[in-house]
Ligand binder design. Structure first.
Ligand code: 6AU
Length: 473
């Protein structure tokens, strides 16, 4: 008699085994004395109706938002009911987008800056909600609130708050067990076990982890599987520079003299070894010495683009023996996976790396959205050798362990006569997500390259600091 709605719902969930107590292991392998499987409620229309009515009262009827979006899959039917009751349009997030190339991750009609309320069944760490929020954000949608059925009280609420999402829940784990205890559905012993468990077991803390572009370089080291990527993150963080000098000069002395002057300001030098007129073996010896002295890496911008067999020879044989001295090389994905397989076989993959070209800076280049996405998915199979991507946009890839290398940069927007397009440090770092920025003629053609290198270094670092402090909008 006189059951309030919350108690009524708790007892109903218990009666259909949506809430269970005992020894369980969660899908992430953690032992838990309480288990929730709210998927079963689709078999009970009265419980579905009660749940959505209560979420409506809690978080929908007095809230301002343009759309509702359920976290797939359990919350989708509830979100649908709420959308109809509130007469607010729903959005659907696809869980699996990547392999379909151009398919959108969010379905439905919306405008940039529309707001969205998230609907979810249970939160533990909050990571599922954050994944949905990230996809919504990538489409220009704004999320600040989530309405959920149960908060397991293991840190999810805090993780979401850190990411700007306020959670409203029907139950917390504690309120739920108190109701069940009151109605003698569970013993005092279970209550104590669950409370102890809650005090001891917290989900991992999620910083603004999803966003590669707002994580500082030093925090990305642990995400990196390729050793060159780890080294590069480390060098950038310690030397406080994300400038890569493209030393496109044709005489060895010119390159070495320039590096003597600017070595302390760069994290990497990029060479085109085949444009040098007076190449001799001792050039690479001296280049290596400078790299060691000033702590920068060497990227040979060879842009391999042939069949795997040829590329493995081009990498290790011939006049230049690139594999012996370059820390990393640039590679086109055009020939297909064989090129990465070949390099994986010929490289010492413990110490070497590949920057795969996913986009180009030049006007009229033939790279399409699909080519870019397939390049990124090809790379995922060779994680040990992939340092990152040569690309122009932050949505090209998400993995915070990979590095976005962006060329086509000068202090002012401009073009050269042969199709190169230059963007500013602000544009490429803050807006477009560049991690390592390639500057060639902006420095090499300056009257005083050393002064100019410092100007680029300072401007680029300032933009990076602005980006990681979250001032993205
Ligand atoms: O600053 P610049 O224009 O003098 O030099 C840019 C350098 C050149 C290009 O060969 C290279 O960056 N580059 C690349 C790379 C790094 O692979 C790709 C691209 O899309 N655009 C581009 O300019 O050495």
């Amino acid at each position: 008699m006189g059951l309030d709605k919350l108690e009524d719902l708790a007892l109903k969930l218990f009666s259909i085994d949506a809430v269970k107590f005992g020894d369980f292991t969660t899908k992430t392998g953690i032992k838990t004395p309480a288990y929730f499987d709210l998927r079963v409620i689709v078999s009970y229309p009265d419980i579905m109706e009660l749940t959505s009515n209560m979420l409506y009262d809690l978080a929908v009827k007095d809230s301002q938002f343009d759309h509702l979006c359920g976290v797939p899959y359990t919350a989708l039917p509830i979100a649908t009911l709420l959308s109809i009751q509130a007469k607010k349009p729903m959005l659907m997030r696809r869980k699996e987008t990547k392999s379909y190339g151009t398919k959108k991750s969010i379905e439905g009609h919306f405008k940039k800056d529309d707001t969205c309320l998230i609907i979810e069944d249970v939160i533990t760490s909050g990571s599922s909600i954050l994944e949905t929020v990230k996809d919504l954000k990538n489409e220009g949608l704004v999320t600040t609130e989530a309405a959920i059925i149960l908060d397991r009280e293991q840190g999810g609420r805090e993780n979401l708050a850190k990411n700007g999402i306020h959670v409203k829940s029907l139950f917390t784990m504690r309120t739920l067990i108190e109701i069940l205890k009151k109605h003698k559905k569970i013993t005092d012993e279970i209550v104590v076990t669950v409370k102890n468990y809650l005090n001891e077991t917290k989900a991992p803390v999620i910083e603004k982890l999803m966003e590669r572009v707002i994580l500082p370089y030093e925090k990305r080291i642990d995400f990196a599987t390729n050793l060159v990527a780890r080294q590069l993150f480390n060098i950038m963080a310690t030397k406080k520079t994300n400038l890569c000098l493209s030393a496109d000069l044709t005489m060895t002395t010119g390159i070495l003299d320039l590096l003597e002057k600017v070595g302390e300001h760069i994290c990497m030098v990029k060479t085109h070894i085949d444009i040098i007129d007076d190449f001799r073996d001792d050039f690479v010896v001296r280049l290596k010495q400078l790299a060691d002295r000033f702590n920068f890496l060497i990227l040979e911008d060879r842009k391999y683009a042939d069949i795997g067999h040829t590329v493995s020879l081009q990498y290790s044989k011939g006049l230049y023996k690139i594999g012996e001295w370059a820390d990393c090389v640039t590679v086109h994905s055009l020939p297909g996976e064989g090129i990465l397989k070949a390099l994986n076989g010929s490289m010492n993959c413990i110490t070497k790396g590949v920057f795969l070209l996913a986009e180009m800076s030049s006007e009229g280049n033939l790279i399409t959205q699909q080519y870019k996405q397939e390049t990124v998915s090809m790379a995922s199979k060779y994680a040990n050798i992939i340092t990152g991507f040569v690309c122009q946009n932050k949505d090209t890839f998400q993995n915070p362990g990979l590095i976005q290398l962006t060329p086509g940069v000068q202090l002012e927007c401009s073009k050269d006569d042969l199709g190169q397009i230059y963007k500013t440090p602000e544009k490429v770092v803050v807006e477009n997500g560049a991690d390592v920025i390639v500057v060639g003629r902006g420095i090499t053609a300056a009257k005083n390259p050393e002064v100019q290198a410092v100007a680029y270094k300072d401007a680029l670092w300032k933009c990076y600091i602005k980006r990681i402090s979250g001032k993205l909008e």
